[in-house]
Design a binder for this molecule. Structure first.
Ligand SMILES: [Zn+2]
Length: 370
């Protein structure tokens, strides 16, 4: 009755199967009495994803295990749903609750360093009852276990760092840019997320960058939803493509097939054109890659990390296209010779479990002596 899929032979080995939690064959626990675990819970707009990480750094779950998050029903239902996800993942991995030392939780931001949702709410937490709600404290009260909080971008960056460096992770530093609807990411120093005084460190998307060498001379200044102009997200995100880059480039390629599509749909279709080396698509993605290179140049002068990591939709693209994108980022990142000798650039794939896994890594780090 062993469910081998639920047992992880190697840390950070990835499975791709998306599974909704339901009663399945139980994993046979093989543990010494001294072993303990942490649970990672990733809270999203529609579902929670859960994982278990043991004290030796092995994940006990190799696939997505999701439950409805009930975020739209308000904080009370959502905290209950997180507690359900917690119990469910313990059941699925045959982990006794007595072995759990802490829980890592991540949610979309903006939220404070201690997991208090912004007083203005956010896209996921738009009900008034969410505004200023202490989701970390509420879950901690419900479970009776320490809950360690990170925003989802920082959790993903932490996971990307550990996946990239493996056993060396606690000695290394990285900056991760994750290109999606927005531009997320984070800064990791000696294996730990830099969260900042107010929890707002690593908001890489809203770093304003020099646009010389990124934009064309007649291109309008790109605007971001945050109110800034010319920040990284205003160029290097799906929202930036839709609002800023694609409208401009379609004016340069008026006969392009995407000109006939609604702009939101056209933005999503663009990657497929990029993979076919369509000139308009390469112009747009080239601008995105150079914008990320400008961000990494700032990082090089600010924290001088061991690794520059790149994740998100572009990493799921065809291999020749994602390699071209990474190379363009690297060429646009101005490193000194000493930095070039030690720094690495890498794509971090399989980020669908990154939130839960990064949250779990943060909880494990918190429970281990520095
Ligand atoms: Zn912004």
């Amino acid at each position: 009755m062993t469910n081998r899929r639920a047992i992880r032979p190697h840390p950070y080995h990835e499975g791709r199967n998306r599974t909704y939690a339901q009663p399945v064959d139980q994993a046979e626990p093989v543990r010494t009495p001294a072993s303990w675990v942490v649970v990672g819970l990733d809270n999203g707009g529609t579902s929670n994803n859960a994982t278990v990480l043991d004290a030796t750094g092995q994940f006990l779950v190799d696939h997505l295990v999701e439950n409805p998050s009930l975020v739209q029903e308000g904080p009370e239902s959502a905290v209950d749903a997180l507690a359900d996800a917690f119990r469910n993942i313990l059941e699925l991995t045959s982990t006794p609750i007595t072995l759990v030392r802490a829980v890592g939780l991540d949610t979309p931001g903006p939220a404070s360093a201690t997991g208090v949702i912004s007083s203005k709410g956010s896209t996921n937490f738009n009900q008034v009852s969410w505004h200023g709600f202490d989701i970390r404290g509420a879950l901690e009260g419900k479970l009776g276990l320490p809950v360690i909080y990170n925003n989802d971008a920082n959790a993903a960056a932490l996971y990307a760092h550990h996946r990239h460096f493996g056993a060396e992770a606690m000695k290394r530093s990285s900056v991760a840019a994750i290109v999606g609807t927005g531009l997320g990411g984070g800064v990791v120093e000696s294996g730990r997320v830099v969260s900042g005084a107010a929890g707002m460190a690593g908001e890489l998307g809203h770093v304003q960058i020099p646009l010389h060498g990124v934009l064309e001379s007649d291109q309008p200044m790109p605007a971001c939803n945050c109110g800034f102009e010319g920040d990284v997200e205003s160029v290097a995100s799906l929202t930036g493509i839709k609002n800023n880059l694609l409208p401009y480039w379609l004016s340069r390629f008026p006969d392009h097939p995407l000109a006939a599509e609604p702009i939101g749909k056209a933005a999503k279709l663009l990657r497929g054109y990029g993979e076919k080396e369509d000139p308009l698509a390469l112009a747009v993605f080239g601008q995105q890659a150079r914008a990320i290179g400008k961000l990494f140049t700032i990082a090089a002068n600010f924290t001088d990390p061991d690794a520059y990591l790149l994740g998100g939709g572009v990493v799921e693209a065809a291999p020749h296209f994602r390699q071209w994108f990474l190379n363009t980022v690297r060429e646009a990142t101005e490193l000194r010779r000493e930095q070039q000798a030690v720094a690495s650039f890498a794509l971090v794939a399989d980020l669908d479990m990154a939130g839960a896994r990064g949250a779990a890594v943060a909880a494990l780090e918190q429970m281990q002596p520095r």
